[in-house]
Every structure is written in C-alpha cells, then in structure tokens.
Design a protein around this ligand. Sequence first.
Ligand code: URA
Length: 428
Amino acid sequence: MSQHDAIEVISVKRDGGTLSDSQIDWVVDAYTRGGVADEQMSALAMAILLNGMDRREISRWTAAMIASGERMDFSSLSRPTADKHSTGGVGDKITLPLAPLVAACGVAVPQLSGRGLGHTGGTLDKLEAIPGWRATLSNEEMLAQLESVGAVICAAGDGLAPADKKLYALRDVTGTVEAIPLIASSIMSKKIAEGTGALVLDVKVGSGAFMKDLGDARELAETMVALGTDAGVRTVALLTDMATPLGRTAGNAIEVAESVEVLAGGGPADVVELTVALAREMLAGAGITDIDPADRLRDGSAMDVWRRMISAQGGDPDAELPVARESHVVPAPATGVLTRLDAMSVGLAAWRLGAGRARKEDPVQAGAGVVWHARPGDAVTAGQPLFTLLTDTPERFERALASLEGGYDVAAAGTQYEPGSIVIDRIG
Ligand code: URA
C-alpha cells in the first residue's frame, strides 16, 4: 500500500490547502511511473492553477521533477558554465547569436532548447533550417563540444526531468499551462537538472508573451530566481518587452540569417541590445566582468565560434538557407509613422504561414515566416512594402493576412514616438 492516493492529494489542493512534502514527492513520482492517471493529474494541475502554491510547495515540486530523471554534470569542464532561458516570444532568435558570443568570452554555454508550439518559435526549428545541422547529441558529445567549441545548442535528452515532459504535454491540452507555480517549476527543473553554474532568465512581457501583464511576469521571475538561488545556481532575470516582435523577422531560415548579421557586427539594434545585455549578465554570473561582449561581436570572434558550433553538429555554415517558394507583400496603408506593431499578430501570421506547428508531430517549413520592413518609430510611405509574407503553400496567405489585420498603426507624419526600453527590469 502506498502512503498516499491521488484523490487525497487532489482534494487538498481543490480545497485550498497546502500539499505536504511527502504528498508532492509521491504524486510526481507516481505520475511519472504511470501510477497516477492523466485525468487525475489534470485535475490536480487545474487545482494548482486556481489555488496556487506557496514557496515551499513550488520548491519541493521542482525538486521532485528533477529527481524524476538524471542530472548532468559539467564540473569536469575547464571553464565556467552559464545558460539563458527565454519564456518565449516572437522573433526571439537571441539564443543563436548569444551562445557563441558568450563562448567567445570564455564561458561554456550548454543551451538545451526546444521546438516551437503555437505562435512562439523554437530555437531548434530555426537551426534545423541550416542544411545538415542536427539537434540531438548524446551527453558525451555535448560535453566534448562544450570543451572544444564552448557552445552547444541541442535538444534536451529524454532522461532530463521526464516528469516535466509528461506534465507539460498534459498541461498543453488541459488549459493549465498558465499557472505560475507550474511554469516556474517546469523551466527551473530542467535548468537545475542540466547543471549550469549560472542562469539568466529572459522573462517576456506583452502581447506576444505568456505573461501579458507586468505583475504576473514579475511574480514568475521572482519565483524562478528564488528556485535557482536555493538550488545553488547563480540566477538573475531580465523582464523584457514582447509587445513588439524582436528584430525584423519571425520564422526559421530568415531568423538564422538575421542572427548571422548580428554575429557579423550588424543586424537590428534591438536584437544586438538584448543579446549584449543578456551576455553581460551571463558573464557576470560566471564571474567574468572584464570583457565587453560588444567587442566580441565587432572583432568577429563570436562569428568564429558560431561557425565551429554549427559545423560540430553537422551543419554547413556556408550553405544557402532555404527560401520559401511564394511571397506576398503587404503595403503601408498611409504615409506617416509606424507607432505600433503587435507581436501576437506577427507571431500568429508566421505560424499560419507554416513557420510553426499546431501539433507536436507537425513538420515546419524552413523558409516560411514574416519580414517587417519598418519598426515602431520608423517613417513609412503609402504603398511601400510594410510586410513580406513567405510560405511554400500560398493557400496560407489569406489566414496570415487576417492575423495581421489590426496588428499595426500608422499615425500622421510628424507624430512623436517614444520608444520604450527593451529591458524593463532586472530581478536578482
Ligand atoms: N516553458 C517551459 O519549459 N515550461 C512551461 O511551463 C512554460 C514554458
């Protein structure tokens, strides 16, 4: 006889109580092994979404998810490690220039990444646009590449926090993704199990993010920073704007191309600003304060690491990137100043064009996506291209155009536009 049962645990949370350590350990372990049914775990996840968890419960839940699988160990590496995690946004290609940049400054970056689901893109989908590149590495290959190149971006192995893999898939189909205790424990269980020494969290706020509201984003960031710190990982969070999409592209191959521009010392100013801000935090977490990462973008050393990182995973950094078969231009409706570009509208359009997937098993189109030719604050002339939509399957244009409707404003010429800062706050 086990010491607990699922109905007892669900009832405690349903009635607004707090779960004991042993109830949490039991339910996470039993669910991972198949002893608690999906319908029971979904009832518990909904009770958690509605009634919350206190700090001790979240910390114990995270520990139980870590204990469901293996822990990686990078202590044999000759350099310190640092990683970053973004809660997900539109046009968020920052990991691509960031990992090689931080490695070029002497810190090893073990970046376990995911695929896109819904309107936010996935780092692995973007990199898979590079001919030959592979996302799956064994733990030994990952360690060897970290030592030789300094940066790895790859898929998390099945052994890491299996409880989270199962629970995340369940939350995705039961309307229980948006629970702060569950998001925080999901992200942090993987990052702590991964074994990084320092962690920088990029918590997105705004229409294109999970957290639309600054108060919720702050609570999520504070919860994750406390979890990381308690587990001995030097953790800070930046709250960053996701009301406007990042850069000028949302898709797969087109985001790789934009990242390469940043590594070549160019690229959109907001992508460069956020990449450098996150790099500074990662370096500080790893104890390096005398190197300015902006110099390593300018002098080409970040680009050198990028090329070696892509080659080490079978990719050809010089290969032509796939190009979508069809394109459709949306002209600016009036002459004036672009004053709003809504991240959610752009993300949905890119997704509908085939850059993202509706179900986990779906393939993505490497060439699909949206390019915007102006950012808020830019002057536009009636009839000039405002967006270029890209896809292999032109029947998708109509629904993508529908998602852009109402997603941008052009105000009269001369209208003053005050750009907000990308980094809204720092926690930790
Ligand atoms: N990303 C994760 O890994 N887990 C969540 O719950 C939400 C975003």
